[in-house]
Write a protein that binds this ligand. Structure first.
Ligand code: NDP
Length: 611
């Protein structure tokens, strides 16, 4: 039985993967099954380390004091510090001289600890590089280029970690600089596989679950749309007849979907709206995002208005909803394939922590790359809110007209108006608060793979519009008092949802905001705090609670004749319960004891006094 030697919150020395460097880190958790310690570096990087890569804080100092030699040089040598200057056996006298000079400079430094600070390591690494370059120059005269490349590459490989921390380049001989850059680039590529952190925790049932989801999700969309199109949606007629295969595919529908996607991409590229920074990534980088989704919506609305004014036949969308959904599926599958292939060319630190398991099916489903971009075009951020969410609004509107036509009314029903208005409010809210998506799990944590491409491009527009689709063929008379009660329910849900999301976003963007001074917080080892009063003191996920209340309000206008309009509430409850568990796991890993303290103070996850 493995024993756990370090406890949560303890400061220890953690090895940086792929190097011999040890840094001071804090233990934030321990996974018994994988026997890995979750640790947090001072720069905010979080990694899982093996027991052998974690040492007590005084480990190196102890080693040094017990050293048989008092020479710092030797002590460093055994500790395999990167500052140790190494020469190959073939090293020439000039190389040795340079080495001695570097060693002398090292020794002259007062009280150099066995394990150095990042800054010191950088300095020494720079010296080493100067040494390596001079060795390289001389060896080039004596040996063939191939061998030298191997020697230099080997040495740079050892320094790659400090290199990533940003070395000053002025010590590099100009002539060799280009070669160095080439070697580093090559080395980076070589290290992509080596340094990428393997996913330890599998979600969604692992590779078997992911495999089934690849089929289950498209099948569910086809089934739901087929059921909604049926006049008789009673349980007795379940399952509905599978549509004839040749009717599923329609190349015009694919063309329309692609045009819609490109139109949205064009709007995304418009240089209107401010540019904001996302949350800092684990690799220390921060990406910039243009906020113009709301403007894009206004332009879409204008285009749609112009189309209606010119009597463009929008009923094509209603008549070919299934074919459009299948086109979106094909598109999302192709996009996922592209994303998977390109993920093998990106540096390791740009991969999502959860999408690098090594299993093709699982990684394809979850998504390997965290923020895939073509130049400044962020594919995940773009898909998250635009083609799918705005597509949902367009489909709802088309269904509203379809209801009037099918039911022979001059006006849409009250139920249809409520469903359309509630969902329009939800979409407008998401677009207006576009920047808030930058702190969500989808953007911060999840890779971009089939799960999100399918979710954004197929699931949202074609299943979230199910209530409106249901009402086209299954009218439900609503009295005004009932309608008012449903409006009140949606308003309550919206207030909780918006209040909670805004409170957290404002706090994450500026914890010192005077408007938030009344909030009680718990500090965490990461420097971030957790809110324990206000909405986030009510339940652990008040935003999910508000979202679920709204989901119920969207279904109620359809009456109680069938479960189909309630599909969204049922599915969404499952999704958010599962999502809450995923988030809690990640937060426990991130915040350790502070998260446990938060959970003790805020007992319920989503539903007060229930769950
Ligand atoms: P959240 O916006 O709830 O973000 C969770 C993160 O918030 C945590 O990882 C943590 O991140 C931070 N956090 C948690 N507790 C606290 C606290 N007490 N104080 C401060 N920060 C805290 O997650 P989601 O991305 O899942 O949801 C965003 C919104 O999107 C929700 O309203 C949800 O309902 C909605 N949604 C809608 C879907 C749909 O299909 N309609 C699908 C999924 C979500 P950190 O500490 O790192 O900041």
């Amino acid at each position: 039985m493995p024993t756990k030697n370090f406890s949560e919150g303890e400061m220890v020395m953690g090895r940086w993967p792929g190097s011999h460097l040890y840094y001071e880190v804090q233990v934030t958790g321990y996974d018994k099954s994988t026997q890995l310690y979750a640790v947090k570096y001072k720069d905010g990087t979080e990694l899982d380390l093996k027991e052998s890569d974690v040492k007590p804080l005084n480990y190196f100092k102890t080693k040094k004091s017990h050293s048989r030699s008092s020479s710092r040089q030797r002590s460093r040598s055994r500790s395999r510090s990167p500052a140790r200057t190494q020469t190959s056996k073939r090293s020439t006298s000039r190389g040795r001289e340079t080495k001695k000079r570097v060693q002398k400079e090292d020794v002259q430094k007062e009280d150099l600890p066995a394990v150095k600070s990042v800054h010191q390591v950088q300095e020494n690494s720079t010296n080493n590089k100067a040494t390596y370059m001079s060795e390289y120059k001389e060896e080039k005269e004596e040996n063939n280029t191939k061998n030298i490349y191997r020697v230099v590459e080997h040495k740079i490989r050892r320094e790659i970690v400090t290199d990533r921390l940003g070395l000053p380049s002025n010590l590099r001989a100009k002539k060799e600089e280009r070669k160095f850059v080439e070697l580093e680039t090559k080395d980076d590529r070589l290290n992509v596989k080596k340094q990428a952190i393997r996913t330890q925790e599998w979600e969604f049932g692992g590779r078997v679950g992911a495999f089934f989801m690849l089929f289950l999700l498209p099948a569910s969309v086809i089934l739901l749309l087929s059921m909604c199109a049926e006049d008789d949606t009673s349980i007795l007629s379940f399952p509905p007849p599978f549509p004839a295969f040749h009717t599923l595919w329609n190349s015009t529908a694919l063309g329309i979907f692609v045009l819609w996607f490109l139109f949205q991409a064009l709007l995304y590229l418009l240089p209107i709206g401010k540019v904001v920074e996302g949350v800092p990534l684990a690799n220390g980088k921060t990406l910039k995002y243009r906020i113009n989704a709301f403007y894009a919506f206004l332009l879409c609305a204008a285009a749609l208005g112009a189309a209606l004014y010119n009597e463009v036949n929008l009923s094509y969308i209603y008549d070919n909803l299934l074919q459009l959904a299948i086109s979106a599926m094909v598109f999302s599958l192709l996009l996922s394939a592209y994303l998977y292939v390109r993920s093998w060319r990106v540096p390791a630190d740009e991969l999502a922590p959860g999408g690098n398991s090594g299993s093709f099916v699982y990684d394809f489903f979850i998504g390997r790359e965290l923020n895939p971009r073509i130049r400044n075009f962020d594919l995940k951020y773009f898909c998250e809110l635009r083609p799918g969410l705005m597509g949902w609004v367009v489909i709802n509107l088309v269904l509203l007209f379809a209801e009037m036509k099918v039911q022979g009314h001059d006006m849409p029903s009250l139920a249809m108006i409520l469903v359309n208005s509630f969902q329009l409010l939800y979409v407008l809210d998401a677009l207006w608060n576009e920047a808030a998506v930058l702190t969500t799990m989808d953007i911060v944590h999840d890779g971009f793979g089939f799960m999100l491409t399918f979710g954004d491009l197929v699931w949202v527009p074609f299943t979230y519009s199910l209530q409106a689709f249901y009402l086209v063929n299954h009218p439900n008379e609503l009295s005004w008092p009932v309608a008012l009660a449903i409006i009140a329910l949606n308003t309550v849900g919206y207030i909780i949802f918006r209040g909670a999301n805004s409170q957290k976003n404002a706090f994450r963007r500026n914890p010192c905001d005077p408007k938030l001074a009344h909030l009680k917080t718990i500090p965490t080892a990461t420097g971030k705090s957790l809110i324990v009063s206000g909405w986030w003191g009510f339940v652990r996920h008040p935003n999910y609670l508000g979202d679920l209340i709204m989901a119920l309000a969207w279904s109620l206008p359809c009456g109680f004749n069938h479960i189909l309009p309630y599909f969204y509430v049922i599915y969404f409850t499952c999704l958010l319960v599962h999502r809450e568990a995923r988030d809690a796991r990640q937060c426990r890993k991130k915040y350790g004891v502070a998260w446990n303290k938060y959970c003790q103070q805020v007992r319920y996850r989503i539903f007060p006094y229930i769950y």
